[in-house]
Design a protein around this ligand. Structure first.
Ligand SMILES: [Fe+2]
Ligand SMILES: [Fe+2]
Length: 277
């Protein structure tokens, strides 16, 4: 029995949906889905239909793409309402989300609690690319002047929050309370990296603004984290810090970012039991 992870399947691209439908069967294994499966409720459902038949249990967190409102249709769900529509689809397929109780890994290896979390971003990641003294609006303008503007600015609505940073703060606060009650070790699944150093984008450095929040920078010390699983960057990385906590980007990404013919199976990253440590 293994715990695998994958994210950023982006099945709105037909090549990725085709590749996903060819994934093998893992009847004893669990799978963490790190968001950016697609952009619509229908795409999430299409993905879950495939994967619930191939794995014993699934966990899902939203990516920014899932939270987009891609239609101008009156009454189309925005912001938190879109998130809840996605959560409802997961419930239909018994897929665990950030709205469910955290559960313990029953397999070999460390007895981790698995916590799918939804935290979003608040423009506080700056790296070396965006001056730290700019407020969020000025920082976005600065990035735009470098021709980098995340589509979220047009499609990811923060309703009912005044802005995405406020939504992020609310999510961080409620998640901190829940994590404080967990005894370690913890596998944390979030679409965005927890640490600013992991939001390093050599080709589009100012995109760092849309990659996380410094509110989680001290979480590896505050919470008994074993592994942080994330995606979003489409840059697969697998790092450990000085005390052995693992930070792993499990993105698949867009078809142009993937070698032709590479199977989705080959993107699955084993989280547990993982290597002995
Ligand atoms: Fe993505
Ligand atoms: Fe993303």
């Amino acid at each position: 029995m293994k715990l695998y992870a994958i994210s950023d399947l982006h099945i709105s691209h037909p090549e990725n949906m085709r590749a996903l439908s060819e994934i093998g069967r893992y009847p004893d294994d669990w799978l963490l889905l790190g968001g950016d499966i697609g952009e619509t409720v229908e795409e999430l459902e299409a993905c879950l239909k495939v994967l619930t038949e191939r794995f014993a249990r699934l966990f899902w967190v939203p990516g920014n793409h899932e939270l987009w409102t891609t239609t101008e249709a009156p009454g189309a769900a925005r912001g938190e309402a879109k998130y809840h529509e996605l959560v409802e689809v997961c419930r239909k397929y018994q897929v665990l989300t950030p709205e469910d109780d955290y559960i313990k890994w029953p397999g070999n290896g460390p007895a981790c609690t698995i916590a799918p979390v939804f935290l979003l971003y608040d423009y506080s990641f700056r790296g070396d690319a965006v001056p730290r003294d700019l407020d969020a609006a000025a920082a976005v303008q600065y990035s735009q002047s470098k021709r980098v503007l995340c589509t979220d600015e047009a499609l990811l609505h923060p309703d009912p929050y005044p802005d995405r940073a406020a939504w992020c703060r609310a999510r961080v606060e409620l998640t901190e309370k829940r994590l404080a009650a967990v005894e370690g070790p913890l596998v944390l699944l979030n679409h965005f990296p927890l640490r600013e150093e992991d939001a390093d984008l050599p080709r589009v450095p100012t995109f760092v603004l849309w990659c996380g929040t410094r509110l989680t920078e001290d979480w590896p010390e505050r919470f008994p984290i074993h592994t942080v699983v994330y995606g979003h960057l489409h840059i697969r990385r697998d790092k450990r810090n000085a005390v052995g906590q693992r930070f792993v980007d499990v993105s698949v990404g867009y078809p142009r970012q993937r070698a032709a013919g590479r199977s989705i199976d080959s993107f699955l990253v084993e989280i547990l039991p993982g290597s002995a440590d």
